[in-house]
Design a protein around this ligand. Structure first.
Ligand code: LLP
Length: 421
């Protein structure tokens, strides 16, 4: 459930008319709903109630500091994958003991930054990374709490580019090699083994792959404990999918995932961590964009918007579907016609939707891309020298710009011409 609903024929973000934001801030712009973010976080809290747990928001999905502060103030931890994300989490006031450092390519600098500033644990993904972390931590006179990310060789049955739990994917250590690496970890200075980590992919629409992975983690927990390791925390990753199209079958709910977690690993006496990103942020945001032109030829129609693939890359990159709706609710019985929805960028890949059936739209009308809270603003670029899209946060009847649109001068100021040119 989200808080982007039509009221009196106008699409609202909570109690704010989105047309008013489009007018004030200009388009394209991202708009997030604080009530929706809060609700989605709370749904996970309820799902894990009764278990010792921490929900670490996968901030790669949406990393504006204002959003992180909102979630951090609710008690969320953060799953970070770079020094930049670590710094954002800290700038949002999230304490180190609630920050989990994930990622397959952590640098020595990133390790030192987190050890210095405080970190809940590193999710280590390979033997060389483990050795480097040991060196860095021991060199600082520090101890790095770690889990090892295991690769359970489970097919998450999701888009090829976001499946991460098969043995040919670059992530984690093969689960059948894990015991050797735990033995190594136990022998290294500056390393404290505390648990196991697993994450098999994103936008999962069935619980089955989660179940397979969690059962393998449960087995491994018993084996590692028998070998004398302390396994007191299980990080079970993120990945639960969201409905992108209103008329599709909805994926399982967080409550279903919570029940599965209790059933598969609930009796191990471990603290449970999860790292949801998309489910918290995805349907908590929209991208507003204005129609520039309706271009019509005898046999084809294109709706040319002022947003492009550089602002929302998911359709171009994954063939992803995002619902597109006008800010003014179409009259009942409006004629729906197919149109290609495209942006101004100079390649045909800059297509948001082919033959999408939409109500009549004309230049100047504003539309909203739904489900644009996750992996949207964070994946934007300045391709074609288009400034990054601003972000707005709505709460109740008020709103604020939480990232301003850079000016062209801001963009130019980052380039320098060497004196010898
Ligand atoms: N934990 C780890 C270690 C991850 O790699 C990810 C996502 C998550 C948690 C959060 O997964 P979520 O709950 O959001 O599914 N750009 C792609 C998605 C990439 C996901 C990367 N990792 C997209 O737009 O679909």
């Amino acid at each position: 459930m989200d808080h982007f609903l039509y009221r009196d024929g106008r699409l609202m973000a909570e109690d704010v008319d989105l047309a008013q934001i489009a007018q004030e801030v200009g388009t394209p712009c991202y708009v997030y709903s604080a009530a929706t973010l809060t609700r989605h976080y709370q749904v996970f809290e309820d799902a894990l109630a009764g278990m010792d747990h921490l929900i670490c928001f996968a901030m790669k999905s949406l990393s504006n500091v204002a959003v992180l502060k909102l979630l951090g103030d609710l008690g969320a931890g953060m799953d970070v994958v770079s020094g930049g994300e670590y710094a954002r989490a800290r700038a949002a006031g999230v304490p180190g003991e609630r920050i989990v450092f994930s990622g397959v390519g952590k640098t020595a600098e990133e390790m030192a930054l987190a050890l210095d500033g405080g970190v809940r644990q590193f999710n280590v993904e390979s033997e060389p990374e483990l050795r480097l972390l040991s060196e860095v931590a021991a060199g600082m006179g520090a101890t790095a709490p770690i889990t090892l990310r295991v690769n359970p060789d489970v097919d998450a049955q999701t888009h090829e580019k976001i499946a991460t739990g098969r043995k040919t994917d670059k992530f984690g250590v093969p689960i059948d090699r894990a015991r050797d690496i735990y033995a190594l970890a136990a022998s290294l200075p500056g390393i404290e083994v505390i648990g196991i980590d697993v994450h098999i992919g994103s936008q999962l629409t069935s619980l089955e792959p989660f179940e397979q992975a969690y059962l393998r983690v449960a087995d491994l927990t018993h084996q590692l404990r028998a070998e004398g390791h302390t396994i007191k925390r299980l990080d079970l990753g993120g990945g639960l999918g969201i409905p992108y199209a209103r008329d599709n079958n909805a994926p399982p709910l967080p409550a279903d995932l919570g029940a599965l977690i209790k059933r598969t690993v609930g009796d191990l006496g471990c603290e449970i961590e999860i790292e949801p990103g998309r489910l918290i942020s995805g349907n908590a945001g929209v991208l507003l964009s204005k129609v520039l032109y309706l271009k019509e030829e005898s046999d084809h129609r294109w709706l040319i918007l002022d947003a492009a693939m550089n602002d929302l890359v998911r359709p171009a990159m994954y063939g992803a579907h995002h619902d597109i709706v006008p800010l003014v609710e179409p009259a009942a019985g409006s004629e729906m016609t197919p149109v290609d929805v495209v942006g101004p960028v100079c390649e045909s890949g800059d297509t948001f939707a082919k033959a999408r059936t939409l109500p009549p739209l004309k230049a100047g009308d504003v539309v909203a891309f739904r489900s644009a809270g996750a992996y949207a603003a964070v994946m934007a670029s300045e391709y074609n020298s288009r400034p990054l899209v601003p972000e707005v946060l709505v709460s109740g009847d008020h709103h604020a710009v939480i990232r301003a649109r850079p000016t062209i001068d801001d963009m130019l100021a980052r380039d320098t011409i060497p004196e010898w040119l």
